[in-house]
Design a protein around this ligand. Structure first.
Ligand SMILES: Nc1ncnc2c1ncn2[C@@H]1O[C@H](COP(=O)(O)OP(=O)(O)OP(=O)(O)O)[C@@H](O)[C@H]1O
Ligand SMILES: [Mg+2]
Length: 65
């Protein structure tokens, strides 16, 4: 099945703080994905990275919808 969203090795920083380290995430057609984790683990940072609010040195996302 095709990936609707494909993230490979996402790294995001706030200044010197390295928050997201080599995050991979694939969402396939028809799947529902829930992002869970304790406070401060990086859920909001992941979504902000995806929508372009936070910049990465290398971006490799595939959106297909
Ligand atoms: N604007 C910012 N500047 C510096 N550090 C930040 C900033 N926003 C978040 N952080 C840090 O980045 C890390 C991830 O935070 P984030 O807000 O993504 O977590 P979260 O999983 O969404 O948490 P919560 O469940 O509380 O919403 C935390 O260590 C947080 O302190
Ligand atoms: Mg949050």
């Amino acid at each position: 099945m095709e990936n609707l969203l494909e993230i490979k090795s996402l790294n995001t920083y706030y200044g010197e703080s390295h928050i997201l380290r080599d995050v991979d995430l694939n969402v396939k057609s028809g799947e529902m994905v829930c992002l869970i984790g304790r406070n401060g683990v990086g859920k909001t940072t992941l979504l902000k990275s995806l929508i372009g609010l936070l910049k990465q040195k290398k971006r490799r996302y595939l959106f297909d919808w």
